[in-house]
Design a protein around this ligand. Sequence first.
Ligand code: GLY
Length: 349
Amino acid sequence: MKVTVGLADRSYDVVLANGARHDLAALINERAPRATTAALVTSQGLSEQDWFDLQSGLVQHVVTVPDGEAGKSWESLGALLEQLADLELSRDDIVVGVGGGAVTDLAGFAAAVYLRGIALVNVPTTLVGQVDAAIGGKTAVNLDAGKNLAGAFHQPLGVLCDFETLATLPERERLGGLGEVAKCWLLEGGFAAELAAVSLHDLIVMSVSLKASIVAADEREGGRRALLNYGHTLAHALEKVALARSADELRHGEAVAVGLAFAARLALALGRVDATEVARHDEVLDALGLRRALPARCPTTSILDAMAHDKKAHHDLTFVLAGAEGFEVVRGVEPRVVADVLESFRGEQ
Ligand code: GLY
């Protein structure tokens, strides 16, 4: 199964299959025929997995980076760039990001800036990586002031989503990925009852197809791509509050699930949808086994403060919300309304 991200001469395929990782050499041969060396950027833990048998067909080096959000730092980026230089990668050579969203974000940013940009292939090995992070060209590291605040758009030459790599995924990572899947299912107008007939692989293909079509229409997030941030205004605020305490407290996808349930309630409070839309959201989240309760110790004042200081916000409270015309970006939502809906949402639990 292939989904094409249509970007004129920078178009590329996302291959979705058991064993897709074995297409790596053929992909590089076709898309980067002058490459002689590949840096496979991954984490130590992933490099020890049985499935880590990737063959680029080139002189290849495995370069390990720290795992998880903590690894998406300026320091890790600098160390990675120094390693690419030590390996004498040239402008014709290639970086292959192998891992979850944190690894492919870091590897992609390094590929974007090393020698002012060299070729990149992504092999996402987590659900969140396969349905979101590895596709669409966003790369980044975190700054003290917030997540993903330094980065670049750098599209890969191809993405290989190998379902076999998901077999070893811890349950919490799988559920986290389902938060992004739920986002896509809801954006596509899907209902919970339909989920019974759909496999996880079908859901991955659905999510990738939606993302590919949106990125093809709006690569730089001038408009429609912002819809992919559905559920993320609250999610980013919750992550900021929770992650200030502990790196492991809340996964991105877990926060997105809560953000989706909240966004439906906010749309209802603003008179944009009726209660059936809230029920559709709750039923889809429940069917996917996702928790939609606000996490503990996230007071409304802290959430609003985090939203107000979100460096990527447009200096007012902006949400993607459902409405009569479908989903759209709604700016300037009154903080008092957000606070009231948060309080009544908390009261439901
Ligand atoms: N993760 C949202 C986007 O790639 O635009």
